[in-house]
Design a protein. Structure first.
Length: 270
């Protein structure tokens, strides 16, 4: 993979979960770099407002597409809408996802299914549909937003952590498949970040300081330029993810992870 700076000028970037948080920050930073955007999330009003903001500030095109990507058939519908706008996707940012908090035994099975469908199914399906075009043009990028939760099991967030472990493994394997193809692939692993994720769950769900969305996107774009398969945002987060989780005994690792998450029945969609 090239270690040169990825040029976003005259590219079209599809961002899922674009209405708030990390997704909206990606949209703003890439609009500054000259990329056209397809903005996807459930909240149509927020998408329309963001698209208007970006088009007013930069000479780019921003297309809002409201969609619940966890719904059956949603990915094919999205692909059809993108094609109807006459654009080809050069960069895919799979950011949409949500976490559920609480004991699995008392969780809503339907909501758990939706969590897996969005965090794993939609990400994989959208990647599979967009990737062939990138390979054919020998240029493009896929950025999948995983999490520091990918590196260890987390009691009371068992499904969320497992889905993010999938995202990390899937992306790293895809990086290996695409080496030399001209297509860059990156998994971004944020730790606790100032996003709407914690609003419903409560600020006491995870302890410690939180990074900003600007921090996360800056780390991601730097790693993309360097051709890395994955990046953990923040030095402290990287130490915990890359070092501490490998050195700690399994039982201790699980117990310590569980201490940072209180049993909850709430959830938050990003």
């Amino acid at each position: 993979m090239s270690r040169n700076t990825f040029d976003f000028v005259q590219t079209t970037v599809l961002v899922t979960g674009a209405s708030t948080g990390i997704g909206a920050e990606f949209a703003r930073r890439l609009a500054e770099r000259g990329a056209d955007l397809v903005l996807v999330a459930r909240s149509e009003d927020k998408l329309i407002a963001l698209a208007a903001e970006l088009e007013a500030a930069h000479p780019i095109r921003a297309i809002p597409v409201a969609a619940d990507l966890s719904a059956p058939g949603a990915i094919d519908t999205l692909i059809g809408k993108v094609a109807a706008h006459g654009v080809e996707i050069d960069v895919l940012i799979n950011n949409a996802g949500f976490g559920t908090f609480g004991d699995l035994a008392t969780s809503d099975p339907v909501r758990i299914d939706q969590e897996i469908d969005l965090n794993v199914g939609a990400l994989t399906s959208l990647t599979t549909r967009i990737l062939p075009g990138l390979i054919a043009r020998r240029h493009g990028a896929i950025i999948n937003v995983a999490s520091n939760a990918a590196f260890q099991p987390i009691p009371y967030m068992a499904v969320y952590a497992a889905t993010k472990a999938y995202v990390l493994s899937f992306t790293q394997a895809l990086w290996g498949e695409l080496h030399g193809s001209g297509v860059r692939v990156l998994a971004v692993c944020p730790g606790p970040t100032e996003t709407p994720f914690f609003e419903i769950a409560g600020n006491d769900v995870m302890l410690g300081s939180r990074r900003t969305t600007t921090d996360v996107v800056r780390s991601a774009l730097r790693a993309l330029d360097r051709g890395r398969p994955s990046v953990v945002d923040g030095i402290g987060n990287a130490f915990v993810a890359r070092v501490a989780t490998r050195l700690a005994p399994e039982r201790l690792l699980i117990r310590v992870a569980g201490r940072y998450v209180s049993p909850r029945s709430s959830h938050q969609q990003l």
